[in-house]
Design a protein around this ligand. Structure first.
Ligand SMILES: Cc1ncc(COP(=O)(O)O)c(C=O)c1O
Length: 422
């Protein structure tokens, strides 16, 4: 039995695995890709054009830039070392997209970006806006009325829908969110409160996306945001890398051959971790190592890359149920766009049990007083799985949590504590 066959057997039997991507290429491969560094810069510039509008609509942002803190988590590092009986060489940071302004999750990076780009295109086409205008005028009643003639739809496990629902409604668009069966009730309620139409599906995420796509085909004023294929979503996520570069610089951290960066990203369909990896590789080249983390019950990207079948697989093809408390990661088939890119860029993928997610959720609450949802802690296991040296910088990407209702959150913290005491 070869390496891939052995891991496949373990995945099917739902054991947590660590898979090293032997197909990874050096960063010169970026030159062969369809998207480029200039595309990331273009996305960043667009977000800057929109900053005056975002500042007006969401005063909680810093000058209209939607960003999250990077913090060092020394106490959590001690907890991880003790729990997993492994030394973590180097420093450990948390990228707190769990507290990303406006929509409280990593998905807001892509979701908000694509809606803004669509709004810009529509307004420019009708000669209502030009690139050097002050974009804060887009909050005028006249624009709200204009955008209300258009519809936006998306399929989501929850957080992408939230981000798109919030920004679309703020601009005046009519917005429909097709939610998969895994989506949490509170996310649906919050979206309805924000003015979105929520359609509930009894099937999984891939079906919710399909239904949203179908709905938009019938209506030429409807725009579908396609989490499985969208280059705009992908580029919106990738801008995080430019921001992270500046945050590391502020901390006095330089990444080079002697100071490697290790980044651990929770993965659902792959858009958010894929876009961020793409951006990080452009900036740090071969000095950054990116790992994706998936639930043992939803290892879609791992199966897609390991078997080479990419987006044509569904975890059910391997008898895996795609049921996990990590709702944001409950995806059965990976993104076609991301499979192609991740295949050449990522160092590996590991899977993690739901019980482990709750333990980590409890530990980060106790050690750092940080509130996250189950999907968001998957990255915290990463530093215990790689061999690094004392000059290394590890970043676990915490991907959501800000809006989780307190009573539900407290139940999850309690569950984590119980599991640790078992
Ligand atoms: C909290 C959270 N983390 C991670 C992800 C994974 O992002 P992607 O589906 O783009 O891989 C999601 C997706 O919804 C999410 O909600």
């Amino acid at each position: 039995m070869n390496y891939e066959e052995r891991i496949l057997e373990e995945i099917i039997s739902l054991q947590p695995v660590f898979w090293e991507n032997k197909k990874k290429k050096d960063s010169n491969v970026l030159k062969e890709m369809e998207l480029s560094y200039e595309d990331i810069i273009d996305a960043e510039k667009r977000l800057r054009r929109f900053a005056p509008l975002i500042k007006k609509l969401f005063p909680e942002t810093e000058d209209g830039i939607i960003e999250s803190p990077l913090i060092e988590i020394c106490d959590m590092k001690d907890e991880l070392e003790e729990l997993y009986n492994k030394d973590i060489n180097g420093r450990l940071f948390l990228k707190c997209d769990s507290h990303l302004k406006v929509a409280g999750s990593i998905k807001a990076r892509g979701g908000i970006y694509e809606v803004l780009k669509h709004a810009e295109n529509l307004a420019i086409k009708e000669n209502l806006l030009s690139l050097d205008d002050d974009y804060s005028k887009l909050s005028d009643e006249k624009f709200k009325k204009f955008f209300s003639n258009y519809k936006i739809a998306v399929g989501s496990t929850g957080n992408l829908g939230l981000s798109i629902g919030i920004i679309s409604a703020a601009l005046g668009f009519k917005v429909t969110v097709h939610m998969s069966r895994d989506a949490k009730e509170w996310k649906k309620n919050l979206l309805r409160q924000k003015g979105a139409v929520v359609i509930e599906h009894s099937e999984d995420y891939s079906k919710a996306v399909e239904k949203g796509r179908e709905e938009c085909l019938k209506d030429d004023r409807a725009y579908f945001i396609d989490d499985e294929n969208s280059k705009d979503l992908f580029l919106g996520y990738s801008v995080a890398a430019l921001r992270l570069f500046n945050q590391l610089k502020k901390e006095g951290i330089t990444i080079d051959e002697k100071h490697k960066l290790y980044v651990y990203l929770p993965c659902g369909v792959g858009g958010a971790p894929g876009g961020i990896t793409f951006g990080l590789k452009h900036i740090f080249k071969d000095n950054v190592h990116c790992y994706f983390a998936e639930p043992t019950h939803s290892p879609c990207m791992l199966l897609g890359l390991l078997t080479g079948r990419h987006s044509s697989i569904h975890v059910k093809d391997y008898g895996i149920d795609n049921i996990t408390e990590a709702d944001g990661l409950a995806v059965g088939s990976p993104s076609k766009l991301v499979c192609k890119i991740a295949d050449k860029l990522i160092d590996g993928i590991y899977t993690i049990d739901d019980d482990e997610l709750f333990k980590l959720l409890f530990l980060i609450n106790q050690s750092e007083k940080i509130k996250v949802e189950p999907s968001a802690v998957a990255g915290l296991l990463g530093p215990t799985m790689v061999n690094s040296d004392e000059n290394s910088i590890h970043i676990a990407w915490a991907t959501g949590g800000l809006f989780v209702p307190e009573n539900l959150y407290n139940n999850m913290v309690y569950k984590g504590k119980e599991l640790l005491n078992k």
